[in-house]
Design a protein around this ligand. Sequence first.
Ligand code: X2N
Length: 524
Amino acid sequence: MALADLAVSIYQQFTALSLVQQILLVIGTPFVYNIVWQLYYSTRKDRVPLVWNWVPWLGSAVPYGMQPYEFFESCRSKYGDVFAFVLLGKVMTVYLGPKGHEFVLNSKLAEVSAEEAYKHLTTPVFGKGVIYDCPNVRLMEQKKFAKYALTKESFINYVPKIRAEILDYFKTSEEFDMANRESGVANVMKTQPEITIFTASRSLMGDQMRKLFDASFAQLYSDLDKGFTPINFVFPNLPLPQYYKRDAAQQKISSTYMKLINQRRETGDIDPKRDLIDSLMAHSTYKDGVKMTDQEIANLLIGVLMGGQHTSAATSAWFLLHLAEKPDLQEELYTEVMSVLGPKGGKLEDLSYEDLQKMPLVTNTIKETLRMHMPLHSIFRKVMKPLVVPNTKYVVPVGHHVLVSPGYAQTNERYFPDPFRFDPHRWDTEGAAGGDDATVDYGFGAVSKGVSSPYLPFGGGRHRCIGEQFAYVQLGTILATYVYNLSWSFKAGEKVPDVDYQSMVTLPLEPAEISWVKRETCVL
Ligand code: X2N
């Protein structure tokens, strides 16, 4: 019987059914298919064990989306460190622990692709031609170009600007209004995103750009920021207002950046050591001679600022909340900061880059915050060539994804005792475990060759974050400036909020408020 006849006879049988039977058939078929497919899949000895799921497409989205680390731990108890689950129509292969970090982050360029995993999430927000909307070899050079603005020399110039922005925010913001108030309550989920964007734009983009963030820009930036959401993984573009606003914001912001670039070029006002814009204007010609266009430079600026925004805002919110619960730790930090700044004789607000290097507890407080609250709880790669899981008979097929989660290891008692205890002193003895120092250079500087550490808050391999040093300068200046100006605590009965795993980064659930009081050494 020809295919056409078969189709016709199926159609006739279908229409012969009652409406209820038809609906049950249409809805039931995917469920039946999903069960049959999983049963077949479970017979494949060359496949990673698949977490059973009853709902087609959604798969294990709910338990994973709500509590990824608990989901992983429950899967590990059944399947071990290597297992796969369905997430919104995609098959994700997870390899937990340091071996999993090595497996995913050091996979060959031809085997796995970050751009295939992330381009729909980031390109609509950052713009075209940069980061994940270009071949990896281009991204490696874009990271090299950006790193010219992330040198020690750069940081020495950034610290005074970052500090000035924080003090200005303490004085003029409605959240603190320290010009008129000695104490108050601050919502860290409002203060930290603002302090983060002001300090990052002032240091990385220069004074003129910072001024932009006061006027109309704030609304534009908010429209763009709202477009940077995990929903883009599934629906990168929909004919809805928030998508149009995102795209309009991307165009207006990038054209503003291009105008500024032209201004500096025309007036010859380019100082390669001043900020990220200058660095990119001075260094943006690829090795093969191709130059980045101004649009691409503007788009890279948007990407770098956006990446640093969500991660730093979340991390500083978290350390403020943990310190609100630990007044003794706050006092220890105050003693450390005063021991460095006090004898300088100068006014307290002369915090410098060199001073930050003499504040190990400030550094370890940030390090401990990143251990407990890794901003990205899951890192993805798309499999482009069949991927053998080492020392197993498993092959991850093309089209599946691999998922690595250093955040899981960082909060697991197998690797860190008492993992949910916020204790920066756990790092005091860390110097010994320096680990192997072998490095490799993917085109943007030396990075650690091995990535089998349980602690990788900035990832590893060719996609390792270039923002680590800037993050410590920005967050260290924020923490030190908070500590010498005010002390803060929770109101009676309040504690560190639970984690929201469904946003772009792991955020504290609101309300997330601290009660602050000026210290006698407050400079405002
Ligand atoms: C539907 C609960 O909610 O079941 F930005 F220059 C700039 C960002 C990667 C986020 C992964 C999963 C959320 C499931 C919700 C630059 C600084 C970058 C690096 C399921 C029912 C961008 C994945 C978000 C999992 C949360 C990767 C970032 N350094 N920034 N079901 O960014 O690095 C940059 C790089 C990522 C995530 C999630 C669900 C360079 C639900 C209920 C619902 N996450 N997410 N960056 N989920 N449900 C960045 C690389 C790139």
